[in-house]
Design a protein around this ligand. Structure first.
Ligand SMILES: Nc1ncnc2c1ncn2[C@@H]1O[C@H](COP(=O)(O)OP(=O)(O)OP(=O)(O)O)[C@@H](O)[C@H]1O
Ligand SMILES: [Mg+2]
Length: 493
């Protein structure tokens, strides 16, 4: 196979960090090249240099045998290099056709030729094997379908290189399979693809080669068939992880969170219990109603019937302030939107939610504040030059860790974690699991909603499965399998 692009000794620094340090490797035509590494390893930065959004300090990029000089977003697009970001760049109020041709409208004289756009768009959708009308408004599409529209946009200009930066973190399993089908089709056409993901099982399904970056340095590039998942984990983390899913917790005690016959818009008659010192998993497909139950239990959404007890006491007419006071925390799924003030620093973000816990006398104790924040920055291995760094400058996964630190700092005894490790690198996953295990060991009750079955099986003591808004099964983690859980998860969908 022929190399379509190569990075040659690329370096890039930001104030206080060397984001990329002398990185060299290449991409073949028709290759799916996975790039993995810890949060803050430099993956997105490298791709932004490729797209012309950032300029490298030193180093060269060779595209089809020629050096790309004075790269810019326009130049890289003209060369056929297209980015598919996790945060989608579509306009919800416009149709699929208008979105696909946004900024590259097909014109007839001065006017946009809508008819031609719809026609071309229909062709692109057909190529993708999608049976939707070009006139559908983007806001009426699922996240997965929206992502396919982004790909359609890239296809409409005959991309030669596609970059997927964490494409699957908000897709359902069937949407992921749909994405993989399209990636295989593009591969057959000779499109070269960079594929960034923290879900390592995916590399083995879709990748041809894998490159590991760590602290901005190129660690290895190899063919997928030459590597093992443990080898990759070690290369990413730079250390051996003996036990990804720690289990040092002791006996299970009294019920701490009881949900009895709870019904709401998206779920019916849900009952479950989480006891002191216990980690309980909640499995199910996206849309099964798990987050909705969590939000109702925490008092964000209203429910129609049933009751919620925290520490044996019924909380009535509750709201998040009240549940928080009763000792419960919900670490929400959409952490970026719900959790972070981007213009504030790591320190400010973590202490805002916890001013009372840290400063019981309400006197600002800056030293104590700093020490506590530093402790969590260490524990979660948050990649930053300083706790005063504004969170908008952190990598995607690092921002997630800051939100987690903020919630963990509180003094709760009941935790609901909604997809706690989504977008988080494998080393940090391990740290988060250790923290959860430690919390449970100290007597906390933890309900963990997760779509990653290895994580559910690895961390939980017991597992509930939800499907179609109902609890359809309960297992002891030690005597069930991924297969059994999946079967139930699909049962009522
Ligand atoms: N615009 C910026 N200003 C300052 N620092 C930045 C900027 N962009 C990235 N960085 C820093 O560069 C480093 C690499 O970040 P990058 O976003 O490339 O990581 P990543 O590998 O994509 O991580 P993740 O898996 O979390 O998405 C991080 O330390 C990050 O804080
Ligand atoms: Mg990134």
């Amino acid at each position: 196979m022929e190399e379509i692009l190569s990075f040659d000794k690329i370096s890039k620094s930001f104030p206080g960090v060397r984001a990329l340090d002398d990185v060299s490797f290449g991409l073949m035509r028709g290759e799916v090249h996975a790039i993995v590494g810890e949060n803050g390893a430099g993956k997105s930065t490298l791709m932004k240099i490729l797209s012309g959004a950032y300029t490298a300090d030193t180093g060269r990029m060779i595209f089809e045998g020629r050096e790309i000089v004075n790269n810019s977003p326009k130049l890289s697009r003209d060369l056929g290099i297209q980015m598919i970001y996790q945060e989608l760049n579509l306009v919800p109020e416009l149709s699929i056709a208008s979105n696909i041709f946004l900024g590259q409208e097909l014109k007839q004289g001065l006017f946009v030729n809508k008819g031609e756009q719809v026609k071309r768009c229909r062709e692109v959708l057909q190529e993708l094997g999608l049976n939707i009308s070009p006139n559908t408004l983007v806001k009426n599409l699922s996240i997965g379908a929206q992502q396919l529209v982004e790909i359609g946009k890239a296809l409409s200009v005959n991309a030669k290189i596609l970059v997927f930066d964490e494409p699957t973190s908000s897709l359902t399993d069937s949407e992921i399979q749909e994405l993989f089908r399209i990636i295989r089709m593009l591969k057959a056409r000779g499109v070269g693809m960079f594929y960034i993901s923290h879900r390592l099982d995916e590399l083995f399904e879709i990748g041809d080669r894998v490159t590991v970056l760590r602290d901005g340095k190129h660690i290895m590039t190899d063919r997928i068939e030459n590597v093992t998942i443990n080898g990759i984990i070690e290369a990413i983390a730079g250390r051996k992880i003996e036990n990804l899913y720690p289990r040092n917790r002791g006996e299970v005690g009294a019920p701490m969170l009881e949900i009895n016959h709870l019904s709401g818009e998206a779920f019916q008659d849900v009952s479950l219990v989480v006891r002191e010192g216990e980690i309980v998993g909640m499995a199910g497909l996206i849309g099964a109603g798990r987050s909705e139950v969590a939000k109702a239990a925490f008092g964000i959404d209203k429910y129609k019937a049933g009751e919620v007890k925290i520490g044996g006491k019924t909380v009535s007419r509750h709201n998040p302030q009240k549940t928080k006071k009763a000792g419960m925390s919900l670490i929400p799924e959409n952490r970026k939107l719900e959790g972070l003030a981007l213009s504030l620093s790591i320190r400010e973000n973590t202490v805002i939610a916890n001013l009372q816990a840290l400063n019981p006398t309400s006197m600002i104790n800056r030293k104590r504040e700093e020490d506590t924040v530093k402790e969590y920055v260490d524990k979660l291995n948050i990649a930053t030059s300083s706790i005063e760094k504004r969170t908008m400058f952190l990598s995607g996964g690092t921002q997630q860790k800051v939100v987690l630190a903020k919630w963990l700092l509180g003094k709760s005894q009941v935790f609901i974690f909604d997809e706690p490790t989504r977008g988080i690198d494998v080393g940090a996953k391990n740290s988060i699991y250790e923290l959860m295990d430690e919390l449970a060991n100290r007597g906390a009750a933890i309900l963990m909603i997760s779509s990653e079955l290895p994580e559910i099986l690895g961390m939980s003591d017991r597992i509930y499965v939800m499907s179609g808004g109902q609890v359809v099964g309960e297992f002891n983690a030690s005597d069930t399998t991924q297969h059994q859980i999946l079967e139930l998860a699909f049962s009522n969908a």
